[in-house]
Design a protein around this ligand. Structure first.
Ligand code: AMP
Length: 200
């Protein structure tokens, strides 16, 4: 089963992708994690990506497509994967289609985690005050989240109709408890598996 988890930053994509890896062996392909390890390793990609990430902007499409094309070719991905944080633009979605076709792979589902934007801000403010952080730090976090949400609505959300047209899109209420989100995702995967096993 190959799926995409879509949703704004803080929607819970990473939590669910990790769970699917543990429970179902679907490899989590998190482009954010890949970039963060490039930053930690001090590679040239990491050095270039860091400023872009810190500002809440997107790393160039060609770079991201190259990273995913390479990762998807690893043998472990044959067991199935969850794309977490990719694609984030229409160009990335189109490039993904081409690379999957070339590799004889297909997407089984695209799952959008829908969350209330105000709740995301409350969460981040709550975390900052719990940690006793100064207001400057909290403002920084809120400012970056605002930017990342703007980027999500401007550049990533427009790919939702692209997948809707393909009949792949499913919506899940991301405001439920983690367990409820997990159950909703599992039901979609079960349905997609049934569909995949039916003769055309
Ligand atoms: P994430 O952990 O998925 O929220 O990603 C953290 C940051 O990495 C993002 O804010 C972007 O700067 C960058 N990033 C991750 N995935 C992508 C992508 N598919 N395209 C462009 N930039 C990305």
């Amino acid at each position: 089963m190959n799926i995409i988890l879509l949703g704004p930053p803080g929607a819970g994509k990473g939590t669910q992708a990790k769970r699917l890896e543990v429970e179902k062996g679907m490899v989590q392909l998190s482009t954010g994690d890949m970039l963060r390890s490039a930053v930690a390793s001090g590679s040239s990609l990491g050095r270039e990506a860091q400023a872009v990430m810190d500002a809440g902007n997107l790393v160039e499409d060609a770079v991201m497509v190259g990273i995913i094309a390479d990762r998807i070719s690893h043998p472990d991905c044959a067991k199935g994967f969850t794309l977490d944080g990719f694609p984030r633009t229409t160009a990335q979605a189109e490039a993904l289609d081409r690379m999957l076709t070339e590799k004889g792979l297909k997407l089984n589902a695209v799952i959008e985690l829908k969350v209330d934007q105000n709740a995301l801000f409350d969460r981040i403010r709550g975390r900052a005050s719990e940690a006793g952080a100064g207001s400057e730090r909290a403002d920084d976090n809120v400012g970056i989240l605002k930017k990342r949400l703007e980027v999500y609505h401007g550049q990533t959300a427009p790919i939702i109709p692209y997948y809707k047209k393909k009949g792949l899109l499913h919506e899940v209420n991301g405001m439920q408890e983690i367990k409820g989100v997990a159950q909703a995702i599992d039901a979609i995967l079960a349905q997609a598996a049934d569909k995949g096993s039916q003769p055309c």
